[in-house]
Design a protein around this ligand. Sequence first.
Ligand SMILES: NC(=O)c1ccc[n+]([C@@H]2O[C@H](COP(=O)([O-])OP(=O)(O)OC[C@H]3O[C@@H](n4cnc5c(N)ncnc54)[C@H](OP(=O)(O)O)[C@@H]3O)[C@@H](O)[C@H]2O)c1
Length: 280
Amino acid sequence: MSAATPATPATPDAGTTAGTALVTGASSGIGAAVAAALVRRGYRVYGTSRDPERVQSPVDGVTYLALDLTDEASIEACAVAAGEVDVLVNNAGESQSGPFEELPMDAVRRLFQLNVFGAVRLSQLLLPGMRERRRGRVVMVGSMLASFPLAHRSSYVASKAAIKGFASAARREYAPYGVGVTTVEPGAIATGISARRTQYVADGSPFQDAYETMLSRLNHHEAHGTSAEKVAAKVVAAIEARRPRQLYAVGNAAPVVFALRRILPRGATEFMVHRRHGLR
Ligand SMILES: NC(=O)c1ccc[n+]([C@@H]2O[C@H](COP(=O)([O-])OP(=O)(O)OC[C@H]3O[C@@H](n4cnc5c(N)ncnc54)[C@H](OP(=O)(O)O)[C@@H]3O)[C@@H](O)[C@H]2O)c1
């Protein structure tokens, strides 16, 4: 791997046939697994980190670029550095939790800048090239929580619902150009994200007990969750599908729970989601 940041737009290596992929947040977890899977599939892969020099376990074959999705100039520089991109995986994200009324607005704004607006902006910069070349894929890494909302995760749920909304509407704009835009919703995935989750609970919060109960179940599910490699396989399937579906899901027995969601009343699904997290 190389931690270099090319100064000029990159061009595919001779012999690389699958195309060029850019995976945001490839320094750990799902992003690293997706980047590794795409290298194996023959893509030239750029992965991003806020600090490419300090990526702890760089993925072999991945060139790391600097990207901070909360910084507009960094997003633009990353798009220039990557050059012609055939596959964009908007994976980087923050996991945030806290009772709705106790979420500081600056934290909510940061979350939306990172999980939503940053990914939207990067996509806006790379999609015109895909459209002109009449080939490309954009994958948003969402969360099953957007389909199954959970108390005390409102900002995160809303950010993942928002990015899915952008993708689900825009996909019809790009389908005529052979460009697929899709969302992959992981369930609980064992990446260690629990330790990096930002939390906002006020001292003496009336929600403290319910919040702690939810959080301990959430962390337990994540620690015993699906592997990042399984998510990566789903992302690759979405990328390589001739006509990518609007939505893919992986983990948390996704096929079963989405089927139940279709046949059960909304209230029943809501009840089940909260019971699974120790809440009424
Ligand atoms: N793990 C789960 O249970 C789960 C479930 C559903 C959905 N997801 C979603 O899957 C994605 C990856 O999650 P993960 O579990 O693999 O998490 P992770 O290991 O914590 O990875 C998060 C990635 O985001 C990058 N990142 C953080 N802040 C950034 C910023 N300001 N600008 C650019 N990049 C930034 C990090 O890179 P640097 O720190 O190197 O910059 C890191 O590579 C996220 O969108 C998450 O919401 C995860």
